[in-house]
Design a protein around this ligand. Sequence first.
Ligand code: SF4
Ligand code: SF4
Length: 388
Amino acid sequence: MPLEDYENQLYYSCIGCGSCRVGYKSFMPICPSGEKFGFDSYYAVGRLKIARGLLDGTVEWSEALLDRLFTCLGCAACNELCYHQTGMKPLDIIMEVKRQLVERGIAHPRNKGVAHTRHKEIIKNFKNYHNPYGRPSRTQTEECNQSGAEILYFVGCQRTWEAPQIVANETIKLLRLAEVDFCMLMDEWCCGSPLLATGHQKAAREIVKHNIEAIEKLGVKTVVCDCPTCYITFRDSYPNILGKELPFKLMHKIEYLEGLINSQKLRPVKEVPEKVTYHDPCTLGRLGKIYESPRNVLNSIPGLEMVEMPRNRESAWCCGSGGGVAFSYPDFATWTALRRLDEAESTGANLLTTVCPICEKTFVAALGTDKRAIKVCDVSELLLRSLE
Ligand code: SF4
Ligand code: SF4
């Protein structure tokens, strides 16, 4: 939606109350960029003031805006309390300003001197390899490109190229143990989210088209995404870009695994004596509203003790990698992840578990910069331990 269409919200809904600085229900600090950089213009309240200024001409479209806008993680924490008070979602407006900064050539990778040189690299990698990492190949399995399967497991590039040995294999093992008839794409491209999060809508179109056509060819009725970001990108952005509904049912992996436990196709019987806390990925939680499935899976595991962090569900603090920040501002991403690790350790848990490969990778990378006792893993690893 063009910025002009947000005029009423900007002038009449945003009352400058600053509630976007704190979490819904927890009332604890929730905006990582605001907390890190300390100025209003790094919180939603200031970013919306900038948007108002852009509309009435008191603020210029310029490179001075880039750090203020592109340090926004897109974590949607600011939406929660604001939406309950005003019916407005400030992140929608922030995303539109980002998109326009790209479209006006201000944040364009061709524009030398712009802080976002990493975006240039991402675009190049997408052109050559169809993923942000510039990795040429992926591990194939016998299930690739089998048509007529019950579900398609969309692995996502994070699992495929960044940690294939850790969890994609665990999920495949779980699906095989439950005797699920599944397939995967031989030529799976990134879902396109890094392009969309950094305002490159046009470049994302080709990616979206490829993935949908490849899935349609296999004739599957259900697509199960490993990565919450792929899940939300398929759910929210694909229909907008394609101008039609998705031609299949969409699920996140953890909902599917919960269903396999409920139908007793997976039976967690072995004790897993760990004290764990669960990190809600912003995309799966605040955007996907999937809060209970991962907790239900964890609670089905015998011997496992689950403790909550003070900021959980709608109030969860971001891992630090959203909105292209892990690419453009890696130090800020690490700072954000370390704050979450502090919170996880404060519960006494020895494991921080999640269901997002991006969050997991960000936490593991942060642990590498600052040794801690706590370890990080995906919920599916714990589930597999309770079965084998
Ligand atoms: S964006 Fe929402 S929560 Fe933030 S100052 Fe405006 S009205 Fe208040
Ligand atoms: S999306 Fe997250 S980082 Fe961006 S303004 Fe909202 S709370 Fe802050």
